[in-house]
Ligand binder design. Structure first.
Ligand code: GAL
Length: 407
């Protein structure tokens, strides 16, 4: 039995084992493309998929595998967690591939910096997701007699009418990371990019517990009136399906939602609309998917990692993969002509925000701060949204205190 147990984990020379949480309809289609690329290079893809948007369950499983000395070839690890794994000594660098493939030229600085630990490339970026999107079903809006909202006030006014018309105004799932996805969109609208960064990157206590944060909590809680009673355990893609099927009018979610509309055969600009989350026009909350590489005992393992990294940044792969995934390419030298209007708008907003200061990292996706502080934010924000209402002053105060304790 022991032998059988070991055998089931063993990785042969031509295997590449990759941990990820891309298990929804659109995500599966995207990951299939990567498998195909690796198969074309002669590798056997060992899928290590752990369901759960945001990756919390995947990270738990990965930790168990890594500490037992049996890490996969690569794992979907993002943002600050790359640094955390690097510090623990698990990651190997891919500087030779990065040099050969000119990563320092093709990748924007914000991405390059995230992929490096101690000045070495330990992860390869896959895409850039914009998180602050509002997904809209135009037919539902029409039947409710409302326009697409641009501001928070317009959102609440439209949501009242949508509710009266018998639809769910906001499709939402009450999981902590989804609650924080909504919260960070409201925070960006209320605080603006500068104070958003002061709060969630700089962890500035004055902003975290200040009057503007009290307003963030106040506005955020108002959204509770516009989600349906069954929202709590819902996954993000089930929420997207409500919009796609015309039961709900809108969803605030990253552009991986687009992959679900596409998998449903829906067309951007006709069946669904994408606009910036209320009050965040021209601003860009980023989430960058990446794969980090674990130290391997055998040289074949290393070769597989190098091939995987090259495959991911290949321009054709970047074009095809990102059209399925809903994201934009992480290479800045790509022709966006083949992409739909949401991706084109996303690329334009990304480039604009790079030069105008409107680019902010996503808290819910682990791009803004350490996993410890992120966990504290997830707890406070999610309890506040899901439980009986508490005074928003108290919520801001709790947030600041929980963040301080996790720093
Ligand atoms: C995010 C990930 C995205 C998307 C989403 C939902 O954490 O970065 O690529 O797939 O989860 O699963």
């Amino acid at each position: 039995m022991l032998v059988a147990g070991c055998a089931s984990f063993s990785v042969t020379a031509a295997d590449v084992e990759v941990l990820h949480w891309w298990t929804s309809g659109g995500e599966v289609k995207s990951v299939e493309l990567l498998k195909k690329q690796m198969a074309a290079k002669g590798y056997h893809w060992k899928d290590f998929a752990i369901a759960g948007g945001g990756g919390e369950s995947a990270m738990t499983v990965l930790k168990t595998r890594a500490v037992s000395g049996n890490p996969p070839s690569a794992a979907q690890i993002k943002g600050h967690e790359i640094q955390e794994w690097g510090r623990l000594g698990f990651l190997t660098d891919l500087d030779n591939v990065a040099d050969d493939e000119h990563w320092s030229v093709i990748l924007p600085p914000v991405v390059r910096q995230l992929m490096q630990y101690n000045g070495n490339y330990v992860a390869v970026p896959v895409n850039i997701h914009r998180v602050n999107w509002l997904w809209v079903n135009p037919q539902v809006m029409k039947r409710a007699g409302v326009d697409v909202p641009q501001t928070l006030d317009e959102f609440f006014a439209a949501a009242d009418k949508i509710k009266q018309a018998g639809f769910i105004p906001l499709a939402h799932g009450g999981q902590p990371w989804q609650n924080v996805t909504l919260f960070e969109a409201v925070a960006l609208a209320v605080l603006g990019p500068q104070d958003y960064r002061r709060a969630f990157v700089g962890l500035d206590m004055d902003v975290l517990s200040g009057p503007k944060m009290v307003d963030v909590f106040t506005q955020f809680r108002r959204f509770r009136d516009y989600v349906d009673p069954n929202y709590r355990g819902r996954t993000w893609n089930e929420a997207t399906a409500l919009v796609s099927q015309g039961r709900a009018a809108m969803q605030i979610m990253g552009d991986w939602a687009k992959g679900e509309f596409a998998a449903d055969g829906k067309v951007a600009g006709i069946d669904y609309l994408c606009v910036a989350a209320p009050g965040t026009r021209d601003l860009f909350t980023y989430n960058i998917d990446s794969f980090a590489f674990f130290k391997q005992a055998k040289p074949e393992g290393r070769a597989a990692q190098e091939d995987l990294a090259r495959a991911i940044l290949n321009p054709d792969f970047q074009a095809e993969f990102n059209q399925h995934k809903g994201s934009i390419p992480v290479r800045m030298d790509m022709d966006m002509g083949r992409f739909d209007q949401c991706a084109q708008a996303s690329m334009a907003a990304f480039k604009q925000s790079l030069t105008h200061g409107g680019l902010v990292p996503s808290v819910s996706q682990g791009l803004a701060t350490t996993s410890y502080v992120q966990a504290a934010v997830l707890d406070i924000v999610s309890d506040y949204f899901n439980d009986t209402p508490v005074d928003p002053h108290l919520a801001a105060d709790r947030l600041a205190r929980a963040v301080k304790a996790a720093m």
